[in-house]
Design a protein around this ligand. Structure first.
Ligand SMILES: [Zn+2]
Length: 289
């Protein structure tokens, strides 16, 4: 483990999980699970026998995402959910490519074996990630119980919805507000920093102090930056890998996150870092008011 993993926690976020879900849907959609090999039982939050029984012989119908959860829908009425937390990876391996075999390590805790001899690895260095079984028909209920906020990239998530959410928590600081999964799903440390830089808004500003134009700019930042990051297959500031075991390309496009002390790309001032509620906020004191 290197120092950067302590300094830059909080991975992966919506763009990374969305990248993996889209890739996996293509890679393993329609495949039959021959067996699940569980090497570290605590990663599975469902009684192991029940989990294995539900998966054995089932076909993967599709892989989707809700908030930061990967949702694997099976053809037998069951789904299983995977949360990557800080350092989880879901890497696909076709036996045709030896290069991809490098992704297996002592941090590989689950291996999904498919009937065509391909595999899916669930790796997790810090072991905060988990997998659990869910009744597909009750998924909607489950997500409501979890209290997850709306999906920011859904077409029906409009500016008026965002304004209404802000109005519910007038005293919240905007950075923490954006990162709260109960407010909006999937935005964490990296993308909240980037969205606020785009909007020119200081991370410590309270919601009630934001002008209409600033709120609109933050909303536009959400709708612009998250899809850009998905197109780049996410950000590998930490140990994030996509489903092919490759790093995401958005790291080079970050404007403030992880760039403390470097020149601001807009004004040539310096990017600063402050602590907010135990998390880091990176921002330009000159550009963000
Ligand atoms: Zn600046």
């Amino acid at each position: 483990m290197n120092i950067a993993e302590f300094l830059l926690p909080g991975m992966p976020e919506l763009p990374e999980v969305e990248t993996i879900s889209r890739q996996l849907s293509k890679l393993i959609g329609g495949k039959k699970i021959k067996e699940v090999e569980v090497r570290l039982a605590k990663m599975v939050k469902t009684p192991l026998a029940q989990f294995k029984r539900a998966l054995k012989g089932a076909k993967i119908r599709k892989v989707g995402r809700r908030a930061k959860l990967l949702v694997f829908e099976l053809d037998n009425g069951w789904s299983f959910l995977a949360h990557l937390k800080m350092t989880g990876q879901m890497v696909y391996q076709s036996t045709a490519s030896n290069k991809q075999l490098m992704a297996e390590s002592k941090h590989t805790h689950l291996v999904f074996h498919f009937s065509d001899k391909t595999r899916l690895l669930f790796n997790d260095l810090r072991q905060f990630g988990y997998i659990k079984l869910a009744d597909t028909n009750k998924l909607g209920e489950f997500f409501i119980k979890e209290g997850l906020g709306p999906e920011p990239l859904e077409k029906d998530f409009a500016l008026a919805d965002f304004e209404a959410l802000l109005a519910k928590k007038p005293k919240a600081k905007i950075k923490q507000f954006l990162m709260d999964p109960k407010t909006i799903a999937g935005i964490g440390n990296i993308y909240s920093d980037e969205i606020l830089f785009f909007a020119g808004v200081h991370p410590l500003r309270r919601n009630q102090s934001l002008k209409k134009g600033e709120i609109k700019k933050i909303y536009q930042g959400i709708k612009k930056i998250l899809p850009e990051a998905i197109r780049s297959k996410g950000t590998s500031a930490n140990n994030y890998l996509d489903a092919f075991g490759r790093k995401g390309g958005f790291l080079a496009k970050l404007k403030v996150y992880g760039r403390e002390g470097e020149n601001c790309v807009k004004c040539k001032g310096r990017v600063a870092r402050i602590k907010i509620g135990g998390r880091s906020a990176h921002f330009c004191p000159a550009c963000q008011k």
